[in-house]
Design a protein around this ligand. Structure first.
Ligand SMILES: C[S@@+](CC[C@H](N)C(=O)[O-])C[C@H]1O[C@@H](n2cnc3c(N)ncnc32)[C@H](O)[C@@H]1O
Length: 431
């Protein structure tokens, strides 16, 4: 099989593999999210290696549980975390991407030798990965990778084991690229060779470089998952309506609302993230008033708002297909603080609305605590508040997705089309 380490040949993939391993260490050992560390860990690489390192780390995290299952029979005890991550990366390349065994084994051994603390594990890494390479055919028969226990437990309590297994299978498949069109979505789908989804988003598969797609520079579209595009479609403001996008950055929903002709105030607490909103508005050539402040301290404008879209900060557990690092970097400890913030934001939003105004509340979350439970609590806190279920019945939304508190999408919905992000969306109004 030729998997003995070759100490003389220069390994062209080593730089990308080293950076991918550093990314895995950052997520799995330091508990950082990829978005926080990606730039720093890949800054010295050329663009090709940078993309490769990211692909390797994201891909490996997506199937981490399967990598561990492949390694289990060959490890008498768990090695140090950095060594374990190198093994996982090796398994991913051997089994999922089908890389040549000698290249993967040589690189993994070389990475171990680079650090004094792990150099004595190079023999183990060599032996284990060679055994994995010989049993690669087992990979296809492994079950879908399971979520880490802390999150799996919560989701099983809310949805049951069978549904969670479907969600896990959807997570493992990753996500296609969805675009929201500034103009005619059907025309955009035709021009880009994509699919026009029933909800109006344009879906593309296997896109290598988003910014190279036709119409990016001209601002004809922006990237937004089909589920994330639903809240603004549900809000459906009349032309000229005064709408507050209350947690707006990076701005997908602000762009949608502005494209519908609403007078949008786009607010977010983060100056850095708001810079993205300004860039996006300029690229897509749409107007909105941009405000940077804490929504909890925002007093509004002279006139109250006709409608408010509150896309609240949340656990983002609905986006694991695209961010497989999330369940590994988090442990749920900071979640209660988010639930409390969401509650305060709902109360603030209701205070900024005209009496007949509508509040669209949404979270890109799979947790009942950030959806149905928030609505039940809000109804208990505010006499006269009700859920407008009819407003949720927009094109493409399956009525089965709508419950008494609102609309819930899940990653395992639309399996033949490529899935959907997990979202909870509702419309609140006063009688
Ligand atoms: C889920 S993201 C919003 C995504 C955005 N609506 C979109 O469609 O692109 C949540 C946002 O809430 C912002 N945020 C968190 N706490 C906030 C607060 N107290 N006031 C205003 N914005 C806040 C975060 O900076 C983050 O940009």
């Amino acid at each position: 099989m030729g998997t003995r380490p070759d100490k003389t040949a220069k390994d062209p993939a080593l730089d990308a593999r080293r950076a991918a391993l550093a990314l895995l260490d950052a997520v799995l050992i330091e508990k950082r999210q990829l978005s926080e560390v990606l730039a720093a860990k890949t800054e010295r690489l050329d663009p090709g290696d940078r993309a490769r390192a990211q692909r390797l780390a994201v891909g490996c995290l997506r199937v981490l549980d399967r990598c561990d299952r492949m390694l289990g029979p060959h490890l008498a005890k768990l090695p140090a975390p950095h060594v374990m991550n190198a093994l996982r990366l090796g398994v991913f390349e051997l089994c999922e991407t089908g890389e040549a065994a000698h290249g993967v084994v040589n690189s993994s051994v070389a990475l171990m030798r680079e650090r004094p603390k792990s150099s004595h594990f190079s023999g183990l890494v060599n032996a284990v990965l060679r055994k994995v390479a010989e049993s690669r055919d087992k990979w296809a028969g492994l079950p879908a990778p399971m979520l880490p226990k802390w999150l799996r437990k919560v989701l099983v309590a809310d949805f049951g084991k069978a549904s969670v297994a479907l969600m896990e299978a959807a997570h493992a498949k990753g996500a296609p690229l969805d675009l929201s069109a500034r103009g005619d979505a059907a025309l955009l789908a035709e021009r880009l060779g994509g699919t026009l989804l029933a909800t109006g988003s344009v879906r593309l598969h296997d896109v290598a470089q988003v910014t190279a797609l036709e119409g990016f520079e001209a601002g004809e579209w922006w990237v937004q998952d089909a589920a994330a595009a639903l809240p603004a479609k549900i809000l459906a403001p009349a032309k000229g309506a005064r709408v507050l996008d209350m947690c707006a950055a990076p701005g997908g929903k602000t762009l949608q609302l502005a494209a519908m002709g609403a007078q949008v105030t786009s607010l977010d607490i983060s100056e850095g993230r708001m810079a993205r909103v300004r860039e996006n508005l300029a690229r897509v050539k749409l107007p909105a008033k941009v405000v940077v402040c804490d929504a909890l301290e925002y007093d509004g404008e002279a006139e109250k708002f006709d409608a408010i879209l509150l896309d609240a900060p949340c656990t983002a557990t609905g986006t694991i297909r695209r961010h497989p690092d999330l369940p590994h970097a988090k442990d749920g400890e900071d979640f209660p603080g988010l639930f409390e913030l969401q509650e305060h934001l709902i109360d603030r939003a209701l205070g900024l609305l005209k009496p007949e105004g509508r509040l669209v509340f949404c979270t890109c979350s799979l947790l009942i605590d950030e959806g149905e439970e928030q609505v039940r609590d809000a109804l208990a806190r505010h006499a006269g508040l009700r859920v407008d279920l009819e407003a949720l019945e927009v094109a493409g939304v399956d009525p089965a997705w709508i419950g008494p508190e609102g609309l819930r999408t899940r990653p395992d919905y639309w399996p033949d089309l490529g899935g959907l992000d997990g979202f909870f969306i509702t419309v609140l109004r006063r009688d």
